[in-house]
Design a protein. Structure first.
Length: 426
């Protein structure tokens, strides 16, 4: 039976632990988080009072190797330090994305994993979704012929953006990562995977345009609870996080993100008086609320151009994809879970997603979360899971290099930037 330790008991850490329990064949031996209440809730959820618990990272790692696998689900800038400590102790690693705002740290983790003959996987969960694996199959089977252009868009629901990137943990670049890294390294990984070759160059534009003090309505207060515009503002924290007139909160992911406490009074206080109760125009956020990028994968006859966009101005969270080939087109919408194939001169056909070779529906990210846990744990148990179905740290380096180049280009007002250095693009 595989044993698992978890450091970081936020929503992702708890979610991966829960999926692992439902998958079965594992036991949890250690939990670490700076918040004792999160540890208490996790122990109760896992149903094992014998699990060892830690509130200090140094004490946790000083205890030595406590499991076969370490899930690292902490904040972005903690991952590198914790992964290196874990690998040194002999843990296999499953690490939440993004790994680090510095691609050199991704490379260092990869080198340490190879040195120790260990596996370090990254939670690029979209690759494990039956939906996105079906797109990969279509491309590998050359049903579209040669790829001529990919358009891929990420729509961040207005409630998700406000929660995570205006009021929440990923609102300031120097504390975490740029929004493109935090939210869209998933997408850059998908595009690299679909293209089957490295990205040569990028040009990117974007910025923070709406969630700034200049756009606050006249007389807007610093907190929603005091604001005269609260009743008409879609970002009103009371509507987002608290039930009202018998209706549930509009925020669909529950109140765990506000406070680990289950007490109604604590939840209300966090929603109205804490960081999540701030006016979205009067927060201290500085990350982009929109960004576009033109990317070029490969060169010459093998070149695949990509048009990418991400925006905070959407009612729902979803991605849509349109791939143009020499023989036809493919449309995908992961919110509707539909894939439409149009071969030139033929009737369009809806593709059956259950035909994907792997991945599981259920769980978040169109089944990718449960697919990730299933494939990684199967592999570590010695089952026949090909490495090309997985997302080792070595694969992650490319997505992080792409984002770094996009950010460099954005700050240069869209100037073309070579991902692997200028010589690579010649």
């Amino acid at each position: 039976m595989l044993t698992i330790a978890v450091i970081g008991l936020g929503s992702r850490g708890i979610h991966y632990a829960d999926l692992s329990l439902h998958r079965g064949g594992v036991s949890f031996t250690a939990l670490c988080d700076i918040n004792p209440e999160k540890i208490h809730n996790a122990v109760a959820a896992l149903g094992d009072s014998h699990v060892r618990t830690f509130t200090e990272e140094d004490v946790f790692f000083a205890a030595g190797k406590l499991a076969d696998v370490l899930y690292i689900c902490t904040q972005d800038r903690d991952h590198f330090r914790q992964a290196m400590k874990g690998l040194e102790l002999g843990y296999h690693i499953l690490m939440e994305k993004p790994v680090s705002p510095n691609p050199a740290e991704c490379i260092a983790i990869a080198e340490k994993a190879e040195e120790k003959n260990l596996h370090a996987f990254v939670c690029h969960v979209l690759r494990y979704s039956g939906f996105y694996r079906r797109i990969k199959e279509v491309l590998e089977e050359k049903l579209l012929g040669d790829i001529m252009l990919i358009r891929h868009n990420e729509h961040i629901g207005y409630w998700h953006y406000a929660h995570s990137y205006v009021r929440g943990n990923w609102r300031r670049e120097e504390e975490t990562t740029p929004m493109l890294m935090a939210k869209c390294c998933h997408d850059m990984d998908l595009l690299y995977w679909w293209a089957g070759q490295k990205c040569e160059s990028v040009s990117s534009l974007g910025g923070l345009s709406w969630f700034t003090p200049e756009n606050a309505p006249e007389g807007a207060a610093l907190y929603c609870k005091d604001c005269p515009h609260a009743s008409v503002c879609p970002y009103n924290s009371a509507d987002q996080y608290l039930p009202h007139d018998g209706q549930p909160p509009k925020f669909p992911w529950g109140t765990y993100a506000l406070t680990p406490s289950r007490e109604p009074g604590d939840i209300e206080k966090a929603a109205l008086e804490g960081p999540y109760g701030r006016c979205v125009f009067h927060s201290d956020n500085d990350v982009c609320d929109h960004q576009t990028a033109q990317l070029r994968f490969g060169t010459g006859r093998q070149e695949i151009p990509v048009l990418f966009s991400v925006s905070a101005f959407s009612n729902k969270c979803f991605r849509d994809t349109h791939i143009f080939g020499t023989k036809g087109e493919l449309w995908g919408n992961d919110d509707e879970e539909t894939l439409m194939l149009q071969l030139f001169g033929e009737e369009p056909q809806t593709l059956s997603l259950h035909l994907a070779k792997a991945g599981s529906y259920g769980g978040g990210h169109v089944g990718g979360d449960s697919g990730l846990i299933g494939d990684v744990l199967d592999f570590l148990e010695g089952k026949d899971v090909p490495m090309e179905r997985l997302t080792p740290i070595q694969e992650t380096v490319e997505s992080h290099l792409i984002v770094r180049a996009c950010e460099e280009s954005r700050k240069l007002d869209g100037k073309r930037v070579f991902v692997h250095g200028e010589e690579a693009g010649k």
